[in-house]
Structures are given as C-alpha cells and as structure tokens.
Write a protein of this length. Structure first.
Length: 495
C-alpha cells in the first residue's frame, strides 16, 4: 500500500515520524508527499528513514507561474471537472495568494497577484498535482488541514480518482484526534450517529460521555492547546518586552532572521516574509498594543439580556474554508445585532490570539452598532456563555462549549456540531431573525442525543495531543507513544 502525505510547514517533521511508525507496523510500505516550505523539503530529502518515491514542493511549483502562458481552454476544462462550482474556492482559501497574509501580517489585505497571475498559479499547481497523482498512484491521502491552492486541489483531485482521503481533526474533547474522509465534518461519527438515532439506540461509550459532561460542567475548560494563543498583545505583556534583556533577544533574533532570508537558499519563495515588512508590521502591532485597548471595552451586565458572539482568529480555515462568505466579521456582527429582540445587547469578545492585530479603528466600527458591547478578552468566556441567552459563532469552539453547557446556539459555517438537532445553522441571512426567535423561544436541549454524539466521538478518536506535538514537541518516548496511537487510528480506517 502507498500513502501520499500532505506535509505542511512544521507538520512535515511530525508527519514524517508518523510515516516511520506506519512503515514499522507493516501497514504502508511506500510514501510520497506534497510539501510546503523549502526547509521541510530539505529535511525530508536528507533524512535516511524513508525513501519517498516523490516529493512535490509547493514553492517550486509556484515559481513556475511566472513563465507559464495562460491557457483559458485548460482553465475552462478544469472548471467543468473540478469546479465548486467554479475554481475560486481553491484561490480564496489561500491566505497568501488571495490576501498576501502570512507574508504580511494581519490586518494587511492587498493581493500581491493580479487576476491573471492567480489563474496561472492555479494552472501550474493543478497540472503538477494531476501529473503527480497519475504518476504516483497512491492508495490513500493523509492530511491535517485543507488550506492553500495546492492542498485544496490535492484533496479534490484525490477524491475524484477514488483515492481514500483521511483528514485528521481535533475532537475538541481534551486532546483527542479523530479521522474523517472529508474536512467538513466527522464523517464516520455522522454515519454511526445517524444509524443509532434511527434505531433509538445508545453508543457503547455513553457512560464515558456522561462522565465527561459532568466533569466539564463542574469545571469548564477550553480544549485548545496552542502556546501562541496567550494574550501576548496585552499592554502589560508588551511593556515587559521593552526590558533590556528582552529587547536584546528580539534584536538578535531579527538579525538572525534577516541573515537567513538573504543568504540561505530559497529566500525568494512566495511564502517568505521580507525582513523590512516583517519589522514594520510587528512595530505597528507593538505600538497598538502599547497604547492598549482598555478604553474601548464595555463592562458586562448580568442584569441585561444579551447574545454573545466571539470574534474568530484570522486568517484561518475557520473563515477561509468553513465559512468563506463570512470573512467580514464586522458585517456579520451587524446582521446578528439587528436580528435580536430590540432590548437585547450583543456582546462581542476578541479572540485571545488576535489581541494587538486588529486596529483600534476595527473595534470603533463594531462600537458604532447601537446594541453592541465590546467585552475585554480577559473576561471569562464561560461566564459569558452561562449568562447569555443565545450564542452565535461561525465555527468557533465557543459554540461547542455552549452546547456542552446546554445553551442555544446559531452557527454560520461548516462545523461538526451542526449535526445536533439543538444547533441551528444560518444558511440564508434573511432567515436569521427567525432563527434567533426560534432559538430564544423554542430551544430544547436533548441530553440523550448529546451523550450519544460525544460517546461516538470518544469511540472513534484517540488522545494524541497532535497540536502540542506539532507546536512544542515532547520527550521522544512520549511523542512516539502518542503518534503510535494515531497510527493505529489510521490503520483502523484503512482497514
């Protein structure tokens, strides 16, 4: 059996370790890969543990668009074959190609490429991926996230060829990882959940689900592990960075980064940040954070009726992939605010990882909406959930936490908990006021259904803590133990 791995940026190192374990278990004997980041590609080429039959470097393909003449006949043909229903979703999900973000820091939002250049970028990447899959003929594709022109086309091209696709996703129940055959939901959970619902049965792990719910409700904790999600944009944290030792470390790191950009191979790759813009973008963020945001915040009032909307991290798949028509969160907040009963307030709270990135002007626009209150990110999200009459999210984990706490929610994007009958997804913005009315007046929490849903997720997942391994790394034996759990999960789905 042969597997193709999508090895994105730093995940390449984790993905490679996973491939080694899968090979040791005798499940998969050949591997090929689609790689993002030249440093990851060099690592994979130079390691001796696995002889990849082929490695396709995204940056190398991307550079070819400059000399590629635009072929509209090819574009029209591919659009008929792979359109969703057109080809724009492949481009708009790519935060570098579409918005020039990552190369520049949010809130920068000016495309680097013209319309014609975007078509040529899609053209070279789709051609390379089609040729790659036709040549390599993998049996399965293993991937973590669908993001970027190449990764998204790889996903759909594999599907079209009947290649088994395994997408790894976080369960949002502790450090669990689950496998799905699509990126929109937990596909195998959906099938079991639907079957048991029809038969009126409960899953085997229902007792474990009850225990989880009991513990969560006694002491709610967020599932998400990401060391970068700390409120580093808080004014007090920024003042600490002005201390001499921290300033020296920052300067040393910047000089090292600048040397690497200009003197290492591949500095002109399209995802590389220029040191000059890197410095100016971060200087602007530092100044915003030093000024602070406290003067913009409103105090919560437990005596008033309110709905709660958490701002989402940007640019991320939460909006680019799962809710591509809701990138403009200010406009979405306007729509939610005017869909509420007249006396309601809408509490809006910043994502902790975004503090310092959004401008003061962004928050002032939110505060122009008459019934909107901007809440300090330090205020407990769980307290807001408990006191809110309604929670609305795009795909945020706050929505899942609200479900666990038996609160009515409305979603705007594709997310796994849309499967629950108590959740209402807004498919048509004109229907939003009616959905709000329905959730406020007729909301019914179904505990049995929730227990079944959680139980199936627990049954189909494994405690891996993949993000922690990816972001921080672990002691080798503990890391291998966890990745072996993930390998076993993959083997189960392959079989």
């Amino acid at each position: 059996m042969k597997a193709c791995l999508l090895l994105q940026r730093r995940f390449a190192y984790v993905g490679h370790k996973l491939a080694v374990i899968l090979k040791e278990k005798g499940c998969i004997n050949e591997f090929c890969g689609y790689v993002y980041l030249r440093s990851s590609y060099e690592f994979l080429k130079n390691q001796k543990e696995i002889a990849y039959t082929s490695l396709l470097l995204d940056e190398e393909i991307h550079n070819q668009f400059k000399n590629e003449p635009l072929d509209l006949n090819y574009i029209n043909k591919i659009e008929k074959e792979y359109g969703l229903p057109n080809l724009w979703p492949y481009i708009t999900v790519d935060r570098v190609v579409m918005y020039n973000m990552l190369v520049r820091e949010y809130p920068y939002n000016t495309p680097k490429y013209t319309h014609e250049e975007m078509m040529r970028i899609f053209q070279v990447k789709s051609k390379a991926i089609i040729s790659f899959l036709d040549r390599e003929k993998p049996d399965i594709l293993i991937m973590v996230a669908v993001a970027g022109v190449g990764a998204t086309f790889l996903y759909y091209a594999a599907k079209k060829r009947g290649i088994k696709v395994l997408v790894l996703g976080e369960t949002r129940l502790g450090d669990g990882i689950i496998i799905s055959d699509n990126y929109l939901n937990f596909s195998w959970v959906e099938k079991i959940f639907s079957k048991l619902k029809k038969e009126g049965k409960q899953c085997e792990e229902v007792q474990a689900a009850r225990l989880y719910l009991e513990q969560f409700r006694q002491r709610p904790t967020t599932f998400f592990y990401d060391p970068k999600m700390k409120m580093t944009g808080d004014r007090s944290n920024q003042l600490k960075k002005l201390l001499p030792d921290k300033l020296f470390r920052s300067l040393f790191w910047f000089l090292k980064y600048t040397w690497g950009y200009f003197y290492k191979k591949g500095y002109n790759d399209y995802e590389e940040e220029n040191p000059v813009t890197f410095f100016t973008d971060r200087l602007r963020r530092r100044i915003r954070s030093l000024i602070g945001f406290d003067f913009l915040y409103d105090a919560p009032n437990s005596d008033e009726d309110f709905a709660f909307f958490p701002l989402h991290l940007e640019p991320e798949v939460a909006t680019l992939l799962f809710a591509p028509f809701w990138n403009d969160q200010i406009n979405l907040v306007r729509q939610i605010a005017k869909s509420l009963p007249l006396h309601f307030k809408l509490y809006v709270k910043e994502h902790p990882g975004m503090l310092g990135y959004r401008t003061h002007g962004y928050y002032r626009e939110l505060k122009k909406i008459p019934n909107v209150k901007l809440i300090n990110p330090k205020v407990s999200t769980f307290e807001l959930i408990k006191n809110a009459k309604l929670i609305s999210v795009i795909t945020s984990s706050v929505g899942w936490e609200a479900i666990l706490l038996q609160k009515p929610i409305i979603t705007f994007g594709d997310v796994f908990f849309n499967s629950l009958s108590s959740v209402k997804k807004c498919e048509n913005i004109e229907r939003l006021p009616y959905l709000v009315k329905e959730q406020l007046e007729n909301f019914q929490h179904d505990e049995r259904e929730l227990e079944n849903f959680i139980g199936i997720i627990l049954q189909e997942s494994s405690a891996v803590g993949l993000t922690e391994i990816w972001e921080r790394g672990m002691e080798p034996s503990a890391e291998k133990e966890r990745l072996t759990k993930l390998a076993n999960l993959i083997i189960k789905k392959i079989n």
